[in-house]
Ligand binder design. Sequence first.
Ligand code: ME8
Length: 636
Amino acid sequence: MSASGRTFYLTTPIYYVNATPHLGHAYTTIIADAMARYRRLAGDRVWFLTGTDEHGDKIAQAAAKAGVAPQAYADRIAAVFRATWDRLGITYDDFIRTTEPRHQGIVQQILQKLWDAGEIYFGKYGGQYCFGCERFYTDKEIIDGKCPDHQTPLTYIEEENYFFKMSKYQEWLLREIESRPDLIRPERYRNEILGFLREPLQDLSISRPKSRLSWGIPLPFDDRFVTYVWFDALINYVSALGEVSGERYRTFWPHVQHLIGKDILKPHGVYWPCMLKAAGLPIYRHLNVHGYWGLGGGKMSKSIGNVVEALALTEKYGNDAFRYFIMREMTFGLDANFSEEALVARFNADLANDLGNLASRATTLIANFAKGTIPAPGPLTAAEEEIGTMWARVRGEVDAAMEEFAFQRALGAIWEFIGLLNRYIDGQQPWTLAKDAAKRGRLDAVLYTLGEALRCLGIILAPFLPEAARRIRGALDQTGDPHLADCEWGRLVPGTRAEKVTPLFPRVEDKAAAGLAPVGSPPREAGSDALATMDEFARLDLRVAQVIAADAVPKSRKLVKLTVSLGAEQRTIVAGIAEHYAPADLVGKKIVIVANLEPATLMGVESQGMLLAGSGGGRLAVLTLDRDLPPGARVQ
Ligand code: ME8
């Protein structure tokens, strides 16, 4: 039994392995992590699942492009996802891959069950198909003859396939959603699904002929076909819990909540509940849907390199700051815009000024005026009572907000409390109280209150800013795992040791701290060089180049040999980036090179130019284009 008596099972989407993780994936996974940590803090029994979606056209095509077998490709990218989540401190309990036997077995079991029950039939279907989405579009959904998601032309395909009798569940699903107002939330997404259900629901094609696509799970009753990727992928949420008769399934499935982005609302809001119903399994408790991040107003997609670079900001500003920014900036359910400037603004205002200063000021005051030991509080005044009362309110607000995945509201409430404390310090002026021995009791009341507020913050911030919260608790000698139940106001024991915290979030003064430099040149201190003239800059011939081939330079740990096209000519470029990029990942990229450098020979290979890359925080990133340009285009 858990301390709270509650059980909580949370899933993220399983991400496609056709590209490496980007900001959007990180957002979903980080907020899921914050939620899982919050529920654990509250004493719930928690299971937190993430993973990768590894079958289907998209993956087969990406593998073919990289010149490797789909499984090898999936292994590589799945490992990148895992490593990224580990680096971001994601506390997932399980990571499922759809190519694992434990998943494939359950998919086949469910298919067989549905086939035996007559829920699946063989039929013919012709329609407009999007290879990017791996699904057919109905006339109503098509915009200007194109896929509404990819804006690419659709292809008419006619083929025989197996169909799941989804239409028969339309009425049931409608009633289910109507009777459970918070089944799909926030409400705008519930309304969207209700909108879909106003139109007749089609049956779902759940197979693909192997002749067209072999990278999938074979149908157990006809091995000329593989399972449609969505039918395969959705089942991960069940298969990860093992057999339906098993302990883990029985413990967690009744409490399942999914977290997804709005792009995959329909499969989760329509297909999945119908599939579960047909298989005789209960449907989810809640489907929690978030909005989309955009960059500079544009739509974000995996093909845009800068999406990946946004993720690199975690290294530059730290995991906590990145977590804070994305949770605070985006109202759950709505779209938001990502920019480094906005991140830096929040970093300085909310983290460095509000929280960082509070922690430094409070612990310094306790160190200076109470020799680093929490004093017994003297008589309390209305000011201390206001803080205690507000704390109780904040806890309630955080709890209510977290029930609804409203991270921005939870953080807003905590920051109101932080604001009150900073004003309290200014108002009480403990440094003045310390000058008058008669005011010792007042001073002790203030110092105790500050210590107690920090102790409580060190607990409640743990899901959101794990590292900063740990440091706050450490400064107040609070060891062991934090528990929400311990942040009842007034539990701080006088006599507790307190030490000064070093600044939790030193202000960011120079947002261009990472700098950009051609690979191989010595690192520069930002702002340390003499100014360059326009003429000097104009002497550099910078060009867009497309990587045609990339190979490791034998016997070198660092060097990669690139063959690049400048449109009219090809060049060989040797670059010291092998520790940061697998050669295959560079092929096809459009990069920027300095085209008028004297050739240099490195490890016996002549390099006819130099590529541009940036580095910072132990990471290196090759410059790519934000928008397509032909090879050879001038960069100025
Ligand atoms: O759809 N803003 O995988 P996927 C916010 N394999 N979140 C974003 C985002 C953005 N711009 N872009 C992506 C798939 N996401 C399927 C899922 S589940 C059974 C199968 C996040 O790699 C968001 O969570 O395309 C979105 O739902 C998910 O990544 C899609 O990831």
